[in-house]
Design a protein around this ligand. Sequence first.
Ligand SMILES: Cc1ncc(COP(=O)(O)O)c(C=O)c1O
Length: 282
Amino acid sequence: MAADGVTVWADGKVLPADDAMITVMDHGFTVGDGVFETCKVVGGEVFALGRHLGRLARSAAVLRLVCPAEQALRTAVVDLMDAAGPVDLGRLRLTLTGGPGPLGSGRDEADPTLILAVSPSSPWPERIAVVTVPWTRNECSAVAGAKTTSYAENVVALAEAHDRGAHEALLTNTRGLVCEGTGSNVFVERDGVLVTPPLRSGCLAGITRELFLEWAAADGLPVTEDDVTPRELAQAPEVLLTSSTRDVQHVAELDGAPVPGTALGNAAVELFARRSRERTDP
Ligand SMILES: Cc1ncc(COP(=O)(O)O)c(C=O)c1O
């Protein structure tokens, strides 16, 4: 069942997106009190679901939200995907909020709200333009590293990128070090090694970042986690973004300057494409 291509699971039922309702008092709506996951759907299968459900539980724990059991979440995913019919390429989103609550930041003892939604999507371009923006990620935030629904900072940064003709914005942290994009992790090539900011930078522990680090290490591709300065980013011969919907993607232009790209970058893209085809739930 699908409305405008989006099929929703809410309260144990699958229904058209237009008919799925939450109360206006939901704490996810009033104060952004919630966590979420976005997974890639390929050939009707949800990629890396186990890792995404693990991160949902970890994000929920950071927010002190009760997360439904993994098996209940898996059953909801199966019910939703069965009802959605064949989705060749798409995204599945799981959103868990504090449930109905007061208008302030305090919570009631309410059951959390769980909503799943799946929609078809179009492939990303292979090479994209990226800009840096002046706003910072707070690596010392109470919710650093959790994938919360409080994404207004990302909305503003991405709107700025779009205004400047780019597809993604990169942010630094309070120490002035490169952190991540609004919806992506970043790798820069330094002396023949692909370097990504460590989790202490305040970036999200991206599932794609994690898989790429594991697969690259296993295949002997030089990758490491280390602090990255904005100067290194600006001068890097290769810059890559990783995310569940992008996989590993080349940055062709950074702040209006071309990024040449390298054989190592091409090998990284190829490696991820190959390894991700081997197993649906690595
Ligand atoms: C802020 C942020 N960083 C990084 C990522 C990449 O994470 P993943 O590879 O799990 O999609 C995302 C994904 O949306 C994100 O929102």
